[in-house]
Design a protein around this ligand. Structure first.
Ligand code: DX5
Ligand code: ZN
Length: 219
Protein backbone atom coordinates (compact mmCIF):
# COMPACT_ATOMS: atom_id res chain seq x y z
CA UNK A 1 0.00 0.00 0.00
CA UNK A 2 1.51 3.35 -0.99
CA UNK A 3 1.62 6.18 1.60
CA UNK A 4 -1.13 8.74 1.18
CA UNK A 5 -0.59 11.60 -1.32
CA UNK A 6 -2.84 14.68 -1.10
CA UNK A 7 -3.17 16.47 -4.44
CA UNK A 8 -5.25 19.69 -4.30
CA UNK A 9 -6.94 20.47 -7.62
CA UNK A 10 -6.06 23.96 -8.92
CA UNK A 11 -9.42 23.97 -10.73
CA UNK A 12 -10.96 24.98 -7.38
CA UNK A 13 -8.41 27.72 -6.62
CA UNK A 14 -9.01 31.46 -6.99
CA UNK A 15 -7.27 32.01 -10.34
CA UNK A 16 -7.34 35.78 -9.78
CA UNK A 17 -4.84 35.18 -6.97
CA UNK A 18 -3.10 32.14 -8.42
CA UNK A 19 0.38 32.93 -7.10
CA UNK A 20 -0.86 33.36 -3.52
CA UNK A 21 -3.13 30.31 -3.74
CA UNK A 22 -0.26 28.07 -4.87
CA UNK A 23 2.02 29.34 -2.11
CA UNK A 24 -0.76 28.91 0.48
CA UNK A 25 -1.78 25.38 -0.50
CA UNK A 26 1.85 24.23 -0.61
CA UNK A 27 2.45 25.79 2.83
CA UNK A 28 -0.72 23.98 3.97
CA UNK A 29 0.91 20.62 3.16
CA UNK A 30 -0.02 19.67 -0.42
CA UNK A 31 2.09 16.77 -1.72
CA UNK A 32 1.25 17.33 -5.41
CA UNK A 33 -0.75 19.94 -7.30
CA UNK A 34 -3.43 18.48 -9.57
CA UNK A 35 -3.96 20.29 -12.90
CA UNK A 36 -7.27 19.58 -14.67
CA UNK A 37 -6.80 20.24 -18.38
CA UNK A 38 -10.15 20.11 -20.23
CA UNK A 39 -10.76 20.57 -23.96
CA UNK A 40 -14.55 20.82 -24.11
CA UNK A 41 -14.69 17.58 -26.16
CA UNK A 42 -13.79 14.71 -23.81
CA UNK A 43 -15.66 16.55 -21.03
CA UNK A 44 -18.33 19.23 -21.09
CA UNK A 45 -16.08 22.09 -19.99
CA UNK A 46 -13.00 24.01 -21.07
CA UNK A 47 -10.53 24.80 -18.27
CA UNK A 48 -6.94 25.71 -19.17
CA UNK A 49 -3.99 24.60 -21.30
CA UNK A 50 -0.18 24.49 -21.38
CA UNK A 51 0.22 28.26 -20.88
CA UNK A 52 -1.70 28.26 -17.61
CA UNK A 53 0.17 25.15 -16.46
CA UNK A 54 3.47 26.87 -17.29
CA UNK A 55 2.39 29.79 -15.08
CA UNK A 56 1.65 27.36 -12.24
CA UNK A 57 5.02 25.66 -12.78
CA UNK A 58 6.83 29.00 -12.46
CA UNK A 59 5.47 29.35 -8.90
CA UNK A 60 4.98 25.80 -7.66
CA UNK A 61 7.65 23.83 -5.79
CA UNK A 62 5.62 20.60 -5.47
CA UNK A 63 5.26 17.98 -8.23
CA UNK A 64 2.58 18.74 -10.84
CA UNK A 65 0.02 16.00 -11.47
CA UNK A 66 -1.42 16.75 -14.93
CA UNK A 67 -4.85 15.25 -15.67
CA UNK A 68 -5.53 15.50 -19.42
CA UNK A 69 -9.28 15.35 -19.96
CA UNK A 70 -8.82 15.77 -23.70
CA UNK A 71 -9.59 13.68 -26.81
CA UNK A 72 -6.09 13.98 -28.34
CA UNK A 73 -3.51 13.45 -25.58
CA UNK A 74 -1.27 11.80 -28.19
CA UNK A 75 -0.90 15.21 -29.85
CA UNK A 76 -0.78 17.49 -26.80
CA UNK A 77 1.08 15.60 -24.02
CA UNK A 78 4.56 16.90 -25.16
CA UNK A 79 3.46 20.46 -24.34
CA UNK A 80 3.22 19.45 -20.66
CA UNK A 81 6.32 17.26 -20.63
CA UNK A 82 8.73 19.82 -19.15
CA UNK A 83 6.47 20.78 -16.23
CA UNK A 84 4.74 17.49 -15.38
CA UNK A 85 5.73 15.04 -12.65
CA UNK A 86 3.14 12.73 -14.15
CA UNK A 87 0.58 12.88 -16.94
CA UNK A 88 -2.74 11.03 -16.82
CA UNK A 89 -4.79 10.41 -19.96
CA UNK A 90 -8.29 8.99 -20.45
CA UNK A 91 -9.20 5.62 -21.93
CA UNK A 92 -12.05 7.46 -23.70
CA UNK A 93 -9.52 9.53 -25.70
CA UNK A 94 -9.65 9.30 -29.52
CA UNK A 95 -6.13 7.98 -30.11
CA UNK A 96 -3.96 4.92 -29.61
CA UNK A 97 -4.03 5.11 -25.80
CA UNK A 98 -1.52 2.29 -25.23
CA UNK A 99 0.99 3.87 -27.62
CA UNK A 100 0.54 7.27 -25.95
CA UNK A 101 1.09 5.76 -22.50
CA UNK A 102 4.30 4.16 -23.78
CA UNK A 103 5.48 7.43 -25.35
CA UNK A 104 4.92 9.41 -22.13
CA UNK A 105 6.75 6.79 -20.04
CA UNK A 106 9.60 6.66 -22.56
CA UNK A 107 10.03 10.40 -21.98
CA UNK A 108 10.75 9.62 -18.33
CA UNK A 109 7.46 11.04 -17.06
CA UNK A 110 5.13 9.16 -14.69
CA UNK A 111 2.02 8.05 -16.57
CA UNK A 112 -1.55 7.41 -15.52
CA UNK A 113 -4.76 6.08 -17.03
CA UNK A 114 -8.19 7.38 -16.05
CA UNK A 115 -11.79 6.40 -16.80
CA UNK A 116 -15.12 8.15 -16.48
CA UNK A 117 -17.82 6.79 -14.14
CA UNK A 118 -19.70 5.24 -17.08
CA UNK A 119 -16.68 3.32 -18.41
CA UNK A 120 -16.23 -0.24 -17.10
CA UNK A 121 -12.98 -1.05 -15.28
CA UNK A 122 -12.39 -3.89 -17.77
CA UNK A 123 -11.59 -1.27 -20.45
CA UNK A 124 -8.32 -0.31 -18.71
CA UNK A 125 -7.27 -3.78 -17.48
CA UNK A 126 -4.99 -4.49 -20.48
CA UNK A 127 -3.19 -1.18 -19.86
CA UNK A 128 -2.39 -1.65 -16.17
CA UNK A 129 1.19 -2.90 -16.76
CA UNK A 130 1.91 0.33 -18.68
CA UNK A 131 1.07 2.81 -15.92
CA UNK A 132 2.35 4.28 -12.66
CA UNK A 133 -1.09 5.53 -11.62
CA UNK A 134 -4.75 4.58 -12.08
CA UNK A 135 -7.19 7.49 -11.67
CA UNK A 136 -10.75 6.43 -10.83
CA UNK A 137 -13.10 9.39 -11.45
CA UNK A 138 -15.54 9.70 -8.57
CA UNK A 139 -17.57 12.39 -10.35
CA UNK A 140 -18.50 12.91 -14.01
CA UNK A 141 -15.39 14.89 -15.05
CA UNK A 142 -15.79 18.53 -16.00
CA UNK A 143 -16.56 20.47 -12.86
CA UNK A 144 -15.50 20.68 -9.22
CA UNK A 145 -17.95 20.69 -6.33
CA UNK A 146 -20.01 17.71 -7.50
CA UNK A 147 -21.28 14.93 -5.19
CA UNK A 148 -19.10 11.81 -4.75
CA UNK A 149 -20.22 8.71 -6.71
CA UNK A 150 -19.82 5.90 -4.15
CA UNK A 151 -20.56 3.29 -6.83
CA UNK A 152 -17.04 3.91 -8.19
CA UNK A 153 -15.49 2.24 -5.12
CA UNK A 154 -15.78 -1.15 -6.81
CA UNK A 155 -13.35 0.09 -9.45
CA UNK A 156 -10.92 1.20 -6.72
CA UNK A 157 -11.07 -2.27 -5.20
CA UNK A 158 -10.68 -3.89 -8.62
CA UNK A 159 -7.57 -1.75 -9.23
CA UNK A 160 -6.14 -2.84 -5.86
CA UNK A 161 -6.88 -6.51 -6.53
CA UNK A 162 -5.39 -6.41 -10.04
CA UNK A 163 -2.26 -4.72 -8.66
CA UNK A 164 -1.80 -7.57 -6.17
CA UNK A 165 -2.66 -10.41 -8.56
CA UNK A 166 -0.42 -9.08 -11.35
CA UNK A 167 2.32 -7.87 -8.97
CA UNK A 168 2.15 -4.33 -10.29
CA UNK A 169 2.95 -1.16 -8.37
CA UNK A 170 0.79 1.71 -9.64
CA UNK A 171 -0.78 4.29 -7.33
CA UNK A 172 -4.60 4.37 -7.09
CA UNK A 173 -5.98 7.91 -7.28
CA UNK A 174 -9.55 9.18 -6.78
CA UNK A 175 -10.79 12.51 -8.03
CA UNK A 176 -14.07 14.28 -7.41
CA UNK A 177 -16.08 14.99 -4.26
CA UNK A 178 -13.22 13.96 -1.97
CA UNK A 179 -13.43 15.09 1.66
CA UNK A 180 -12.65 13.31 4.93
CA UNK A 181 -15.67 11.00 4.73
CA UNK A 182 -15.33 10.07 1.06
CA UNK A 183 -11.56 10.04 1.40
CA UNK A 184 -11.91 7.45 4.15
CA UNK A 185 -14.25 5.37 1.97
CA UNK A 186 -11.77 5.59 -0.89
CA UNK A 187 -8.78 4.68 1.30
CA UNK A 188 -10.67 1.70 2.70
CA UNK A 189 -11.44 0.58 -0.86
CA UNK A 190 -7.73 0.82 -1.77
CA UNK A 191 -6.99 4.37 -2.90
CA UNK A 192 -3.74 6.04 -1.82
CA UNK A 193 -3.75 9.30 -3.81
CA UNK A 194 -6.52 11.78 -3.11
CA UNK A 195 -7.39 14.69 -5.39
CA UNK A 196 -9.48 17.35 -3.66
CA UNK A 197 -10.54 20.74 -4.96
CA UNK A 198 -13.42 22.39 -3.12
CA UNK A 199 -12.83 20.60 0.19
CA UNK A 200 -9.36 22.19 0.35
CA UNK A 201 -9.60 25.52 -1.50
CA UNK A 202 -13.07 26.11 -0.05
CA UNK A 203 -11.90 25.46 3.51
CA UNK A 204 -11.32 28.35 5.97
CA UNK A 205 -8.12 26.59 7.03
CA UNK A 206 -6.42 24.69 4.18
CA UNK A 207 -3.80 23.13 6.44
CA UNK A 208 -6.53 21.68 8.69
CA UNK A 209 -8.38 20.40 5.60
CA UNK A 210 -5.24 18.64 4.33
CA UNK A 211 -4.46 17.23 7.78
CA UNK A 212 -8.02 15.89 7.98
CA UNK A 213 -7.68 14.24 4.57
CA UNK A 214 -4.31 12.76 5.48
CA UNK A 215 -5.82 11.33 8.65
CA UNK A 216 -7.95 8.91 6.63
CA UNK A 217 -5.11 6.48 7.25
CA UNK A 218 -5.79 6.52 10.97
CA UNK A 219 -7.90 3.42 11.75
C1 DX5 B 1 -13.39 17.27 -12.16
C2 DX5 B 1 -11.91 17.37 -11.86
C3 DX5 B 1 -11.63 17.22 -10.39
C4 DX5 B 1 -12.25 18.30 -9.59
C5 DX5 B 1 -12.28 17.92 -8.15
O1 DX5 B 1 -13.54 17.06 -13.51
O2 DX5 B 1 -11.21 16.35 -12.54
O3 DX5 B 1 -10.22 17.21 -10.15
O4 DX5 B 1 -11.49 19.47 -9.77
O5 DX5 B 1 -12.94 18.94 -7.51
P1 DX5 B 1 -13.80 18.65 -6.19
O6 DX5 B 1 -12.80 18.11 -5.19
O7 DX5 B 1 -14.33 20.01 -5.82
O8 DX5 B 1 -14.84 17.66 -6.55
ZN1 ZN C 1 -8.80 15.85 -12.09
Amino acid sequence: MHPIIIAPSILAADWGHLHEQIRAVEAAGADWLHLDVMDGHLVDNISFGPGFCDAVARVATTPLDVHLMITRPDHYWPRFAKLAHNITIHIEAQCDVAATLRDIRAAGIGVGISLKPGTPFSEIEPLLPLVDLVLIMTVEPGFGGQPFLAGQMEKVTAARDQRTIRQLNYRIQVDGGINHTTGQQSRTAGADTLVAGSSIFGAPDMAAAIRTLRAVDTP
